[in-house]
Design a protein around this ligand. Sequence first.
Ligand SMILES: [Zn+2]
Length: 485
Amino acid sequence: MHRSRILLAAAALGVIAAATLHLACSAGPRPPNVLLISIDMLRADHVSAYGYTRPTTPAIDRLAQEGTLFEEHISSSSWTLPAHAALFTSLPDGIHGATDTDKALGPAATTLAERFQSAGYETVGFFAGPYLHPAFGFGQGFDRYENCTSYAKELDSEPSAQWSMDPKVMRESHADVTNPTVLARFVSWFQGRSERPFFAFVHLWDAHFDFVPPPPWDQRFDPEYKGTVDGKGFFFDERINPTMPARDLEHLIALYDGEIGWTDQHVGQICALLASRGLLDDTVVLVTSDHGTEFFEHGRKGHRQTLYDEVVHVPCVLRYPKAVPAHARVKQTTRSIDVGPTLLALAGLEAPADVIGESLLPLLKPGNSVRPPRAVCELDSVGIHLRAVRTSKWKFVDRVDAGDPLWFDLATDPKELTPLSDLQSELGKRASQAYLEEVGVLDAWIDRHPPTHVTSAVPGGVRHQLKGYGYVGGDENPVEPPKKD
Ligand SMILES: [Zn+2]
């Protein structure tokens, strides 16, 4: 072994030994385990505990009853890569910088897994979608970070620039069915886990299109349907467009709900496993999502195109009976970047100074407020650049490179159907002022800190090819009528 490698290995062992010592010497009770579950593409308004009329999520509902539900939880973005980067770093997209497929979290970024690892936790992650691959920096801090996709070899053997925008990989990922693999890998690890407290990240992919749930979930919410739409090829199938028959669209949504129900069942199985070993009450459990998806509410399908609530309002449910109230709901707007500091606080670890997210624990006491109740979300990918600030009363959207800003009065227009442009009205002034304040926070941070992301080159040919599928935009904005291509 080369001398520098030996030194590196020795240094790494030293870190682990010191961290283990840190836990062993800590006064007081054993720190809790931490389980962070991200259900890809789960809209908050399709979760029963959030008021959805179909019983899609009994397991999440139970966690919510036994814990606290955050009613207005807003993701940092409307697609997987930047949203998870924000979840992992507690920094908004404009700061963590992993906003597109040619960018990744670099070694200078500090992830949640690294924070738990340095505190002596056993850290393990299971991911099932291409944009959570370690090529994007997500493996940092995990003792074990497992690729649960069925095309893992394809991803692992090539640089991400070769596949990150490849339509073939997109089709494979959309068609992939991974819930059983993720569960099996989790169980396998769990049975041989160490004595140390663990931080486990579980990424469940199958609510993401395509919508092909197994029986009985394929029939659960629309057994009478006799048409031909089957949920396969959702994104690329041109029959699935804004003018498609309403009955077929209803069926697609029922299939999405079936996928959610099936995925929720896996959440229940993981919790039941913990409970069977007497560990559930010693484990902080947080279930959330990275983004939602559109079903033509604004003329589009899918996500990574806009910042409407369909794609940024996600669930957040937290259970830990020793410190988190049961049957509680927090109404204040919260952010995906707050998840990390909240989990660290519940584990008794020091609040990180180098993040923008804040612990949500003060909100668990009625009447408390930790900061201006608003969230920043951003989309800076494939030629679209939007940045929004959302409160429970309004959403301000800056079309950064493509025209004047807009805002929505969410109190009177919760579905965001009537964009407003008057910045001189009372609400318009307030929204634009708040937006400028938030941008000021981001700019001040960027001035004080070096970038933490790294950039790679995505072949131009691949990018050009994607345009043909409508995956690559350039002139999308949140109010123009949808394009039918
Ligand atoms: Zn996603």
